[in-house]
Design a protein around this ligand. Structure first.
Ligand SMILES: [Zn+2]
Ligand SMILES: [Zn+2]
Length: 114
């Protein structure tokens, strides 16, 4: 994730947790049930592996933590949402010197489809 930590509010963790709780720990894109905190990825007896739920800013502005701007997404859906946005941004900035995203996320487009 492109974490620009200083742009997040001090209580971001609590805000993110509340958003995940509100979503019932399910991805709001694909409905996948995700792992709650404290649940181990490799819990014996649990079918399949569970995904980590993340919180995405729809407008990609970490400062904007209004409920309408937040959506709980599993890691794969979040990667897709961000990749789409970055691709769009690159298109808009064509000709500029915005190589930052590529450098920070090499191979991001090669995420296997889920
Ligand atoms: Zn998902
Ligand atoms: Zn995001």
């Amino acid at each position: 994730m492109p974490m620009e930590k200083d742009r997040y509010p001090a209580d971001w963790k609590r805000i993110a947790l509340a958003a995940k709780e509100a979503a019932g720990w399910k991805c709001q894109q694909c409905g996948k049930q995700c792992r709650r905190p404290g649940e181990r990825l490799d819990t014996p007896g649990k079918a399949g592996h569970q995904f980590t739920l993340t919180v995405h800013h729809k407008d990609h502005q970490p400062e904007n933590c209004s409920v309408e701007n937040l959506i709980a997404l599993c890691a794969p859906c979040h990667l897709k949402a961000d990749a789409r946005w970055h691709a769009e941004r690159r298109r808009k900035k064509r000709g500029g010197q915005e190589h930052e995203t590529e450098l920070h996320h090499p191979g991001r487009e090669q995420q296997p489809g889920v």
